[in-house]
Design a protein around this ligand. Structure first.
Ligand code: MGD
Ligand code: MGD
Ligand code: SF4
Ligand code: MO
Length: 695
């Protein structure tokens, strides 16, 4: 019997927890949390435990495939890697010759392993890289930038040491990051208070010391009233405010009309509850974390909701504080050299981005762009044609509103390529499918974790690929070889890792025993007075020059969201602990735990429609209808219905997931056109549906 241990990185969701994989006779024996990370407590979440089921599943692309029928018809021919890579490289070269390299675009899932494929895009000369974030956390990122000129990841959530945590539009106990769950659990046991503000009682609410059910889409009203109260009663941290907040006067003036009593009418939350909550919060400062949200591509004012949250954290002095939002350190901050970057091999392309970010829309960060505006450019050829598209670990047909509209846009493409480890609607609609080895079967480039205690980490290959799939670096190297980019051609992963480690004083052997190399001995808390925000004044700037110069308000007056007409509901969505987005529904192990989603609907509202619990009902919008089983509950606001995102698969190659549950994004007609010019993200919860008995 042969036995080995591989320190690796989970790939079942974007959190990428550090794991330890035990392998016996070339098979996965056990997956656990990497013991070098105390906060993992040796655990992985249910999805992390299902990695073995993923690699053993034969219902995933097993060889490169080239389309032979119409797009989406499902007729393929198996190809060798040489054939498939030649096909893609020839297609991209042809597009480049006819329209210029800028006509090639790639979108991905974001995250720490992007340097290599982004370098490929620079190498071929296109500026058109986007990540998926305009369907996820872009509003949070832009709100952080608009106040501090620092991104959302410049601070950490020091949950373990917190004394009061507020979750609003954030469900830590189901939308899981293992270390966060463990840290918050420890804090709760040590007496930390947990407040949950949500439209429904989720699992986090069941652990909360205070749960407030809010009318969907009125969070901004609630938060403005919290600021009003903090300022009026002078409950804020005066020293922090004096030192670190610019233009408090404008804020004070702005929130004056937004009293707790006013907010009650909007949100349904009693003013007395809001005031009691604010008192509790103030008592716990500065060890307070009001989470700014994660999946905030929801409302047209979600950007402003996140802004108010960051402002409240600052008023309570939680920036930099232990148990609050301490600043992360980068390698440079601890006197270490960072990894050598592949992107630095090439200059940044001078072309304007097709999505308009950085020139038409100077208010947005240009690195990851805005994918929905890239699709708009594909549709209109404005500012120029985009004809070649690689969906790289991205399933926009599931992740963006209105997939039928998206398909029409993609029909204008000359080449559509999908790089993926599972089937997805996007892969099924592609011209070429390049099968990526699942995370347990591949290595990834070395990456940096900026944190209180920064480190470098690497994903090591646990087992050999079962099918004819490849690692990211092999796929990109293969394309680079065919497209005249010899700098990105590597014959072995060690060669590629050595490139990254050059000048750092480290060798790949240093990662072997734990998967990481720490570059600080202890967590580093930057102290009050020592740190500065990256704005001109060094303070959090309530009035953003950038926003104002784009004619966008820094302090936007509240607008009440429409209530749905009689018999209709606002369609809302979120996560559950056992699935990741749309790509685990067909995983044999996870499917068994939850084969379909249900429609949460308020009991009284359902009874008015004569709908009972567990009954299959029809959900409709503009003639589109799907059926789903109901879950009647008093624990959801009557204006909303709620589903777990990611269901409603219709691909014959996914026998388990096929036809189970409902796909929320098909009820967001023309939804890519509904987005916020200040925050940048699409607003997926600005849609109503009807619910009725079948027949
Ligand atoms: N198990 C699991 N974990 C995951 C993921 C996964 O797919 N599965 N995905 C990861 C990713 S990519 C992300 S972005 C994060 C997402 O993490 P979160 O954003 O925390 O997760 P969600 O469940 O999408 O949404 C959080 C809550 O918002 C609530 N909500 C909806 N509308 C409103 C409203 O108008 N007001 C208020 N106050 N609340 C509202 C929902 O009821 C839900 O409980 O999770 C990550 N972790
Ligand atoms: N209607 C609606 N739309 C949403 C959401 C919603 O709740 N409702 N959620 C939004 C959010 S928060 C996000 S983050 C996006 C997510 O949507 P996407 O960014 O598309 O991400 P995934 O569905 O996780 O993965 C996309 C594809 O990449 C493949 N894949 C290949 N390799 C990997 C890998 O190493 N890791 C992972 N994770 N996948 C890989 C997966 O099999 C899958 O087919 O969708 C957003 N869109
Ligand atoms: S949260 Fe779960 S699925 Fe996501 S990376 Fe961690 S263990 Fe894997
Ligand atoms: Mo996300």
């Amino acid at each position: 019997m042969t036995e080995k241990v591989a320190y690796s990185i989970c790939g079942m969701c974007t959190v990428r927890c550090p794991i330890k994989v035990s392998v016996k006779d070339g098979q996965i024996a056990f997956i656990e949390g990497n013991p070098h990370f105390p906060s993992m407590k040796g655990a992985v979440c249910p999805r992390g435990a299902a990695g073995k089921a993923l690699i053993n599943d034969d219902e995933r692309p097993q060889t490169p495939l080239i389309r032979t029928g119409e797009r989406g018809e499902g007729k393929w021919r198996k190809a060798t890697w040489d054939e498939a890579l030649d096909y893609v490289a020839d297609g991209l070269n042809r597009i480049s010759e006819e329209y210029g390299a800028r006509a090639i675009a790639l979108t991905d899932r974001g995250g720490p392993f992007r340097d290599f494929h982004r370098a490929f895009l620079r190498g071929i000369g296109t500026p058109n890289y986007c990540n998926h974030d305009s369907s996820c956390a872009r509003n949070v990122q832009h709100s952080a930038l608009s106040l501090t000129n620092m991104g959302r990841k410049a601070v950490e959530y020091d949950l373990k040491n917190a004394r009061h945590v507020v979750l609003q539009l954030r469900n830590i106990f189901e939308a899981i990051n293992v270390q966060e769950v463990n840290d918050l659990t420890d804090a709760l046991e040590a007496g930390c208070k947990l407040t949950v503000i949500d439209i429904r009682a989720n699992v986090s609410a069941t652990k909360a010391s205070r749960y407030m059910q809010i009318r969907p889409g009125t969070d901004y009203a609630f938060n403005l009233a919290v600021i009003n109260r903090l300022l009026k009663r002078k409950l804020y941290n005066a020293e922090f405010v004096r030192h670190y907040i610019d233009n408090l006067g404008a804020l004070e003036e702005f929130v004056r009309p937004y009293t707790p009593e006013w907010a009650e009418k909007e949100t349904g939350i009693p003013a007395t509850d809001l005031m009691a909550f604010v008192d509790e919060l103030a008592a716990a400062q500065p060890s307070v974390i009001w989470h700014p949200g994660w999946m905030t591509a929801r409302y047209k004012d979600s950007f402003y909701v996140s802004r108010t949250i960051y402002i409240i954290n600052a008023l309570l002095g939680s920036y930099g504080a232990k148990g609050g939002l301490p600043f992360v350190s980068k390698p440079g901050d601890v006197g270490r050299k960072g990894l050598k970057s592949f992107m630095d091999i090439y200059p940044k392309p001078k072309e304007k981005r097709a999505d308009g970010v950085g020139w038409k829309y100077p208010q947005f960060e240009d690195g990851p762009g805005l994918a929905h505006l890239l699709y708009k450019a594909m549709e209109t050829s404005d500012p120029y044609p985009v004809k070649g598209y690689i969906a790289y670990r991205h399933d926009p047909l599931m992740a963006f509103p209105d997939p039928d509209h998206m398909k029409k846009i993609w029909d204008k493409l000359d080449l559509l390529v999908s790089v993926t480890f599972s089937w997805s609607d996007t892969a099924w609609y592609s011209d070429v499918v390049l099968p990526l080895s699942p995370y347990l079967e591949r290595e990834s480039i070395i990456a940096t974790k900026n944190s209180l205690k920064p480190y470098f980490f690497v994903r090591q290959r646990s087992v050999e690929p079962r099918y004819d799939s490849r690692a990211d670096w092999e796929i990109i190297s293969g394309l680079a070889k065919r497209m005249g980019l010899p700098e990105l051609v590597f014959d072995s992963v060690e060669e590629l890792w050595n490139f990254q480690l050059e000048g750092t004083g480290m060798a790949i052997e240093d990662f072997r025993d734990s998967g990481i190399v720490s570059i600080a001995d202890e967590p580093i808390y930057k102290k009050f007075g020592e740190f500065k925000f990256k704005t001109e004044s060094g303070k959090m700037e309530i009035i953003s020059k950038k926003l104002e110069s784009c004619n966008l308000p820094s302090l936007k007056p509240y607008e009440s969201p429409m209530s749905p007409p009689e018999g209709q509901f606002r369609l809302t969505f979120g996560r559950c602990a056992v699935h990741t987005q749309g790509h685990t529904v067909n995983n044999p192990m996870l499917f068994e735990q939850m084969p379909e989603n249900t429609l949460w609907i308020n009991r009284k509202a359902a009874e008015k429609l004569k709908i009972s619990d567990g009954e299959y009902v029809e959900v409709g919008q503009n003639g589109h209808r799907e059926t789903i089983k109901t879950k009647l509950t008093d624990a959801i606001h009557p204006e909303a219905v709620f589903v777990i995102h990611g269901f409603g698969h219709k691909l014959p190659v996914e026998s388990r997931a096929f036809g189970k549950g409902l796909a929320d994004n098909r009820f967001m007609l023309r939804g890519m056109d509904v987005w916020d010019p200040a925050g940048g993200a699409v607003a997926c919860q600005e849609h109503f549906v009807s619910v009725s008995k079948i027949g």
